[in-house]
Design a protein around this ligand. Structure first.
Ligand SMILES: C[S@@+](CC[C@H](N)C(=O)[O-])C[C@H]1O[C@@H](n2cnc3c(N)ncnc32)[C@H](O)[C@@H]1O
Length: 505
């Protein structure tokens, strides 16, 4: 069970006045509710005599207060607790000051020496300046513990924070990964970091460099997944799926990682399993994906597909993203395809595993009016497997695949346009054999593949890289599935039985 909320006086942290949404977004500000903060603090495992803690983006100080509660419960009790808290928002700083007073009182009552540095300054600017090692750099302060709920916001390539991070060799696309990358450089040998962060860094090309950098410096020890996407921050409009991460700077290597999960409302019990590290981060994976089978279904799916060793390249296939970015090709879009216009396909053209085109009277265009030398927008007519890139969080399936069978299209110009909200499988830019394509659609729509996909993808987007990293059956099996599928695809339960009969060992 989760620890009960500690019986200590609470700082007025949770009474911070709520800011207007745009300002909160600018600051990447989502405060951790105190019960969640207590849970996060309980992840620390090292009983320290002298805590030297950093809380970067401390907000009103809820995490530091929870860690003070944790340290007071520690046996034997620590001698001292020092925290360095960074925060730039004046409203939050006022709250933070109060919280640090509460921390000081709690420590005084427990006989622990308490001190705090409240740095009302930009963590990225200040820390990168220290890491710069130039003559006038501020001295670099190091820590033996970090607790953090960093700001979540995209980092624009031209922004000053991006430039500051690049100067010290950190190239990241989001503020939160920048914070984690810096913290990994501020921790001493044998130190622990516990962070609540979006799950998005675990996979996807934008976080590849960050994952490699972080995993080279820190040992993953525990990853906690919330099964409900929004429950952890139910009082805030946080849409990303969050995880709690415990990592260590240590020379003691272990080959396991604890992967735990709970519903997210903090009344649920925690389920936990120890997984081999190489199952979570495969040494052979050049993308360094962090794979998290949290639920029993995801774990079962992972085991079910473990014997499938064929990769997309072995099938001679590639996965790419649709070439037509519609807002950049506005002048070529046609609601109805006129004479000579090429079929233009969107996710709205998916219907029960097949592509049904055109859809007149809908919100999306159906035609693309460009000359056939526009190979930057067109693909040659053929049989393709198309997959939706986005699903809404309510939808049951993440991977939704359809067969693009050119014989079902009433127009044939020799070319087709695929809009950018689609991924497609092709053979060096050309179509696939129809039975292979049918087999592949059925395989991708198999519920077990969807469960498998969820163990390494925490967000609702399906990237072409994700499709490349899936395991596949051999071409012979895909052809056999394709033969078994009739002219139309069966309903989900029948499709699951059909694919399982070919793919389960
Ligand atoms: C996601 S909130 C978390 C706050 C607090 N740690 C908590 O868990 O409730 C991130 C905090 O970082 C602060 N922040 C944003 N950018 C910052 C920066 N560059 N340096 C220091 N603090 C920053 C925001 O004002 C916000 O209070």
């Amino acid at each position: 069970m989760l620890p009960a909320r500690a019986p200590y006086p609470q700082a007025p942290a949770d009474s911070a006045p709520s800011k207007p949404e745009p300002l909160k977004r600018e600051l990447g500000q989502f405060f951790t509710p105190p019960p969640l903060a207590e849970f996060i603090a309980s992840f620390f495992t090292r009983p320290l005599q002298d805590w030297r803690v950093i809380d970067a983006g401390a907000g009103s100080g809820t995490l530091t207060l929870a860690l003070v509660h944790h340290a007071i419960r520690q046996k034997p009790r620590p001698h001292s607790f020092h925290v360095t808290a960074y925060e730039i928002d004046p409203d939050a700083i006022a709250q933070l000051r109060n919280t640090l007073k509460v921390c000081a009182d709690l420590c005084a009552d427990a006989g622990i020496r308490f001190s705090a540095d409240l740095l009302a300054t930009d963590f990225i600017a200040h820390t990168t300046a220290s890491l710069d090692h130039s003559l006038f750099s501020p001295a670099l302060k190091t820590f033996n513990a970090a607790i953090v709920n960093p700001p979540y916001r995209k980092l624009a390539a031209g922004s000053s924070a991006h430039a500051q991070l690049c100067r010290v060799g950190i190239d990241v696309s989001n503020l939160y990964s920048g914070f984690l990358a810096l913290l990994s450089r501020l921790l001493e040998a044998e130190a622990e970091l516990v962070a609540i962060v979006p799950r998005s860094f675990c996979n996807g090309p934008y976080f590849r460099a960050f994952r490699k950098d972080f995993l080279a410096r820190m040992a993953l020890r525990r990853l906690h997944v919330f099964e409900s996407r929004t429950a952890a921050f139910s009082n805030e409009s946080v849409l990303q799926e969050n995880i709690i991460l415990r990592a260590e700077r240590t020379s003691v290597l272990t080959d396991t990682v604890e992967v735990s999960s709970s519903r997210g409302d903090l009344t649920d019990s925690v389920r936990s399993r120890l997984l081999p590290l190489n199952e979570v981060v495969s040494p052979a994976d050049t993308e360094a994906f962090i794979r998290l089978p949290a639920s029993d279904r995801e774990h079962a799916a992972k085991n079910s597909l473990a014997h499938l060793t064929t990769r997309l390249v072995d099938l001679g296939l590639k996965a790419s993203t649709g070439k037509v970015v519609d807002f950049r090709a506005r002048e070529h879009l046609r609601a109805v395809a006129g004479a000579g216009d090429h079929p233009l396909l969107y996710p709205c053209h998916f219907e029960a595993g097949l592509v049904a085109w055109p859809k007149p009277g809908g919100k999306k265009p159906n035609g693309l009016a460009v000359s056939i030398d526009r190979t930057d927008l067109l693909i040659p007519t053929g049989c393709y497997v198309v997959v939706r890139r986005f699903s809404s969080k309510e939808e049951r399936k993440r991977i939704v695949a359809s067969l693009l069978d050119p014989t079902r299209l009433p127009v044939d110009t020799g070319w087709i346009g695929l809009e950018n909200h689609l991924n497609y499988f092709h053979a060096e830019g050309r179509g696939l054999a129809k039975t292979l394509a049918k087999g592949l659609v059925a395989y991708l729509n198999w519920s077990v593949v969807d469960d498998y996909f969820r163990h390494f993808n925490g967000h609702t987007q399906v990237n072409a890289t994700d499709l490349r990293s899936l395991p596949y059956p051999t071409a012979a099996i895909l052809h056999a599935i394709g033969e078994a599928v009739g002219e139309s695809f069966p309903v989900q339960s029948e499709l699951d039985t059909l694919v399982a009969s070919h793919c389960l060992a």
